[in-house]
Write a protein that binds this ligand. Structure first.
Ligand SMILES: [Zn+2]
Length: 334
């Protein structure tokens, strides 16, 4: 079976009969579109009139953000769909609620597209497992040896200690984080280890409804409610707000961010930084490759060049970065 793998407004696998595109970046290109998860940089090509496949949980998150009645096929983990002669199966990617990696089986070979992936158990997601394949298309955001994250428990403890110290100082410990995934992780951490109420910015509280609906229990109070406003005035709470929110200049608020980039960009005078990530670090990526045993790896995002070179040099694997600059035909299989 003739098959091309390349970049054409998204990672694209095409046969003579059809094109399958993962996380397309533009609208309007004719293909079957698979969306790995609900983050904005992976959903830019939604609503483009093409047939869309995503997990039911991803659909719920998109619904909560106002993209209701999305015309899509809701998938379940481990249940394949067939398109032309390709069998495509979603598996847990461990990144945020509903995130999926996809295994694509052809008559001749097996390809895996990971999307954003995380191979450690978190409080709101379980670890992704490596999927055996011939060709691996791997997300390499942190594919550099300077990004080896500390033990999760250490980071959780640091965060809780910081929250308690700020409350003691009569400040409001405030997390400026991604509204989907990181916000719920912080929320669950506070719920699990303290009795401090969590006030969530309205955007985050809408998305958190999708988590509760799908069995990830979260307790929070909407910042727009009378109760939320009252608790914020009393300063006896944790506040979680989107990273894009600039309004908090009040000295009552002590700000923190939580991201893998905190390994490099340490705390500053205006915020405290915690290295809490829902992406795989360098070691997790390496473990994934060693367990999946691909013959060929394409690296996407972040340190794609560094990680590709490392695989070639140290594991002897044929590895190439996928750049987003142009349409590139990366491989042809007969
Ligand atoms: Zn993501």
């Amino acid at each position: 079976m003739e098959l091309d793998i390349g970049w054409s407004d998204g990672v694209t696998i095409s046969t003579k009969e059809c094109a399958i595109r993962f996380d397309p970046s533009k609208k309007g290109v004719k293909s079957f579109n698979f969306i790995s998860h609900a983050h904005g940089d992976h959903t830019m090509g939604l609503s483009n009139g093409n047939e869309i496949f995503l997990t039911a949980e991803t659909r719920d998150i998109l619904d909560s953000g106002g993209r209701k009645n999305l015309n899509c096929n809701a998938l379940k983990y481990d249940r394949p769909v067939e398109i032309d002669k390709l069998k495509i199966t979603p598996f847990n990617a461990g990144h945020i609620l509903g995130s999926a990696q996809f295994k694509i089986e052809t008559p001749d070979l097996t390809i895996v597209y990971t999307g954003d992936i995380n191979c450690r158990d978190m409080l709101t997601t379980s670890a992704a497992k490596a999927v055996s394949c011939d060709t691996l298309i791997l997300e390499t955001t942190y594919g550099n040896p300077s990004y080896i994250f500390p033990r999760q428990e250490e980071v959780y403890t640091e965060i809780i200690d910081w929250i308690l110290s700020k409350i003691h100082e009569e400040k409001i410990p405030t997390f400026k984080v991604y509204s989907t995934g990181k916000a719920q992780e912080i929320m669950r951490l506070v719920n699990k280890f303290t009795t401090i109420p969590v006030v969530a910015h309205h955007t985050i509280s809408k998305i958190s409804e999708a988590y509760n609906k799908n069995g990830v229990a979260l307790k929070y109070i909407d910042s727009n409610s009378e109760e939320g406003k009252k608790i914020l005035r009393e300063k006896q709470c944790v506040y979680i707000t989107p990273s894009s929110e600039d309004a908090l200049i009040d000295e009552d608020y002590s700000k923190a961010i939580a991201t893998g980039w905190a390994m490099r960009y340490k705390s500053s005078v205006s915020y405290t930084a915690f290295p809490l990530s829902n992406h795989a670090d360098f070691n997790q990526l390496l473990n994934y490759v060693e367990q999946a045993k691909p013959k060929r790896v394409y690296t996407v995002h972040g340190f794609r060049d560094d990680f590709g070179k490392y695989l070639k040099k140290n594991l002897g694997i044929n590895a190439k970065p996928i750049t987003h600059l142009s349409q590139v035909n990366l491989g042809r299989y007969i």
